[in-house]
Design a protein around this ligand. Structure first.
Ligand code: NI
Length: 228
């Protein structure tokens, strides 16, 4: 399931993230890639030791925490601290790869996060660069994604995906991996569809008895399927 969420960041937040990223020292993106991904990864990343990184990360996490749609679609259990990348100049693309299934949690030796859902939060507007399309190849075919700055796309970590070469300008983005409370992508999709349908019903007909029952069914399914 591919879900896009508009305006995860306010204009103000976006501007402050861009200001913080501006003086960043950029490292090779190779550092966080697994061996297969490293062969095709050609971008830059804010290094772990960068002084501005904790603030950048907190701003993104605060914005995600606020988003009801993000919660509904991802049902996040654990989120790996977000990373920030740049595609421009000679470091401008990322070939088809799959994300590592397991990621060590920083500062917690021996503890892992299972990556169920990957996300890209766009920090540059589409007219600031040419190319740089996030291309996701899943069971429903290939999808090209290029969103306005401040918007986010969620996609299964199990997919094969790539970023096409940026041939003009600079593409800044934040990317992250999360473990969902609901491991199975099909179950997660059912819950999301049901949640959205109930939301619409509630708007249309109000808090009627069937809406209360359906809400109960949603939570009972979540109780059955969620692991914490
Ligand atoms: Ni990836």
């Amino acid at each position: 399931m591919l879900v896009t969420i508009d305006n995860v960041l306010s204009g103000e937040e976006l501007a402050s993230l861009r200001l913080l990223l501006d003086p960043s020292v950029w490292n090779s993106g190779q550092l966080t890639a697994g061996p297969q991904a490293a062969l095709v990864k050609n971008n830059q990343q804010v290094p772990e030791q960068a002084p501005g990184l904790p603030v950048l990360r907190q701003k993104v996490l605060d914005a995600l925490n606020r988003s009801a749609l993000f919660f509904a679609a991802a049902l996040p259990l654990k989120i790996l601290p977000p990373f920030f990348n740049r595609y421009s100049g000679a470091s401008n693309s990322y070939g088809f790869h799959t994300d590592n299934a397991m990621r060590m949690l920083p500062g917690q030796p021996g503890s892992y996060l299972r990556s169920d859902v990957s996300a890209t939060l766009f920090l540059s507007d589409p007219d600031e660069y040419e190319g740089g399309v996030l291309t996701i190849d899943d069971t429903f075919g290939k999808h090209g994604v290029k969103l306005k700055a401040g918007s986010l796309v969620l996609y299964p970590s199990s997919s094969i995906h790539a970023v096409t070469p940026v041939t003009r300008g600079e593409r800044l983005a934040c990317f992250l991996f999360l473990q969902s409370m609901v491991r199975d992508a099909g179950q997660r999709r059912l819950l999301y569809d049901m949640d959205m349908a109930i939301l619409k019903l509630r708007q249309d007909v109000g808090e009627t008895e069937p809406v209360v029952r359906l809400t109960g069914i949603y939570h009972n399914l979540l109780r059955d399927w969620a692991e914490t």
